[in-house]
Ligand binder design. Sequence first.
Ligand code: PLP
Length: 363
Amino acid sequence: MKKINQIEPVISLNDKLAINKYLKSGGWITENKISKKFEKNFSDLVGAKHSILHPNGTLTLLSIMLALGLKKNDEVILPNYTMVATANAVILAGAKPILCDISDENLCLDPNKLTNKINKNTKAVIYVTLNGRSGFIKQIQKICKKKKLYLIEDSAHSIGSYLNKKHHGTFGIASSFSLSMPKLITTGQGGFVVTNNKTLANRVNEIKNFGRRRDGNDIYFSVGYNFKFTDLQSSLGISQLQNIKQRIKKKKQIFHHYYKNLKKIKEIKMFEFQKNETPWFIDIYLKNPKKLQEYLKKFNITTRLVYPPLNSLKIFKIKGSFANSTYYCNRGLWLPSSINLKEKDIKFIINKIKIFLNNYAQN
Ligand SMILES: Cc1ncc(COP(=O)(O)O)c(C=O)c1O
């Protein structure tokens, strides 16, 4: 039986040729001109002035918070439904993560609940556009402005996702994108800090380069680290960006295919996307996602349970009212979502889900 992965990278022949071409060119692998070009191309895609490459989308968040000067006792509010990296980056930056519940309309941070979490120690909000959904980003932007808080966007799921015509990751002071294997374009690992703020961009560049403002010398302006990227990966990234439009289109088609077939099933809840939003993983919510996962596994269909609610993790163990995130995190399942999925694969998966719900759901 053919295996259907929940997600797999799509590396085209052109991508392979691009890597080969780079290697043949005698490039020195390390971050240099090709990475500058990749940064420029990404800035063009998202419509921002600065995109700064990093080894992954965790260090990007860290760099932003270090560049903003966050320190001990500073509180950073983030959603309870996100990947643990969002919270861990706050800890790594030496600040305190404060978890906040999500909206049951779109699974992103709830502006009303956010307001209750703000106090005199609050310095920033990390807004996660979960699965590529914009949620209440405009309202959150307003609250941050009024309360003088930094708005950082964790746009890890949002490559190719827009609110109207504005790309995710351009609403706050800075944002973080990930280029890890499951993302719409991937370089294996990787990430971008995106910002329109030149001072912040300079600070981030200094932090990622040992505290230097230039390569190849030993003049250090501040404590910095090595968060550099490689030109080898950038050659792949540039090639992947070249067909971003087709990638976006394919993701939307996949979502619509699932959605039109599953939306009427009463046991399943799905959240729709707005016109210019690009779905990342196809998420469905139902009573016992683990049972469905096990059932689909029998047919070589792999799925992934969505993130656990962060407050329930041993490392946080925070009591409190997180009703929506607890509800949805315990019910969520990510279905196969790779852009190389065939229509017949999706039909096969949908058919199996329907059989499961008819025969097994009651047990
Ligand atoms: C919401 C979110 N934030 C941050 C990250 C971390 O990104 P990376 O894996 O590139 O470190 C991820 C990873 O998928 C994520 O989903």
